[in-house]
Design a protein around this ligand. Structure first.
Ligand code: P6P
Length: 341
């Protein structure tokens, strides 16, 4: 097998990270490898979703009241399974599960971390072959090791994440994860079945010309958000534009594109849903952490996402994330309206 010795696999990269930091125990690296394994197994099913009877509604609805498709359940069970059989995770919380799950075997009870994830975000796009993704955040548990994980382990501010990442099942399958040091992207090489380092040290451009928002809700957004959208639409060469509007309706794809190319993604609150649609703990916190490590910013319109004190596992938040200068312009529009009020 002709393996290019210059390309690091995910496993090699995580092991190299352990070697670089003598105090590292290897538990986080082991957890990340477990996630990579689950991602490869999910990728196989996602790639043949149109061919087998894995499509279609699972006949149940999750806590969001959304029809749960079989692939959601499969993905959820894959992540829960590898994390429970690993040596680093004391418990999980998932969009697909009403409550958190504390693993009760002795090794898990003595594990250092908990993991929160959306196993298959954008699953409404499965049947129409639009890219979907997995989102995860990893926290050091705050409860005593040797005991089962407790709710407070899962209700931590986003700043407490030790790592966060996502997998995008798209034209290629990529796993991107951040630690506090850097953001790195790995592309799955199907010929060897390994995630290979393809995007080292990802930096979010401080500006861009892509804005992502669902225009269908425009008249239900706040005046400040509507003002910023109008600013985006009226950008010219002279004012740093023109901008282009790109919105796939699959958060992982939209945020990934903007992270790489520069841009802003918005899921604001609306008059009928003031908290918006996206979940703080396992959708917004991971992307906020990743984007901020890469040099961008993420807020709920007024507060850094990572500073929000969680109160419930599935709480929603308005979400604005992307290039720092575009975030500055959004906040200037919102502030100018508030001053008038
Ligand atoms: P809307 C997918 O259902 C999702 O949770 C995100 O992936 C996506 O960004 C958003 O909802 C799209 O929501 O209301 O614009 O269709």
């Amino acid at each position: 097998m002709n393996v290019n010795r210059n390309i690091l696999t995910l496993d090699e990269f995580t092991i190299q990270s352990v070697r670089q930091f003598p105090h590292a125990t290897g538990e986080l690296s082991s957890l990340l490898r477990d996630i990579g394994l689950a991602a490869k197994r999910i990728n196989v099913e996602v790639n043949k979703a149109g061919l087998v009877d894995i499509l279609g509604d699972h006949g149940t609805t999750n806590i969001q009241g959304e029809e749960v498709k079989k692939l959601d359940i499969f993905a959820n069970n894959q992540f829960m399974g590898v994390l429970q059989r690993g040596v680093s995770c004391a418990g999980i919380a998932s969009e697909e599960l009403d409550d958190f799950v504390a693993f009760d075997d002795d090794i898990s009870k003595n594990s250092k971390y908990v993991c929160l994830f959306d196993p298959l975000d954008g699953s409404g796009n499965i049947d129409v072959n639009v890219s979907i993704g997995t989102i995860f955040g990893i926290y050091r548990r705050v409860s005593e090791r040797g005991t089962i994980a407790r709710k407070e382990d899962f209700l931590q501010k986003g700043h407490a994440q030790v790592a966060a990442g996502y997998i995008v099942y798209g034209s290629s399958t990529m796993l991107v994860y951040a630690t506090r040091r850097s953001v790195n992207g790995f592309t799955l090489d199907p010929s060897v079945g390994e995630f290979c380092l393809s995007h080292p040290n990802i930096q979010c451009p401080d500006s861009g010309n892509i804005y992502s928002v669902n225009h269908g809700h425009f008249f239900r957004y706040s005046e400040g958000v509507r003002k910023y959208i109008n600013v985006c639409q009226n950008k010219t060469k002279e004012t740093g534009g023109p901008y282009t509007q790109r919105y796939i309706g699959s958060m992982v794809s939209d945020v990934h594109r903007n992270l790489i190319k520069g841009g802003i993604f918005m899921y604001p609150g609306t008059t009928d849903k003031p908290k918006g649609k996206l979940r703080l703990l396992y959708e917004c916190n991971p992307f906020a952490f990743i984007t901020e490590v890469a040099g961008g910013r993420a807020t709920n319109g007024s507060t850094s996402i990572l500073d929000i004190e969680p109160t419930e596992l599935h709480q929603r938040t308005p979400f604005f994330v992307g290039s720092s200068k575009m975030m500055d312009e959004l906040e200037a529009c919102m502030a100018s309206v508030e001053q008038k009020e």
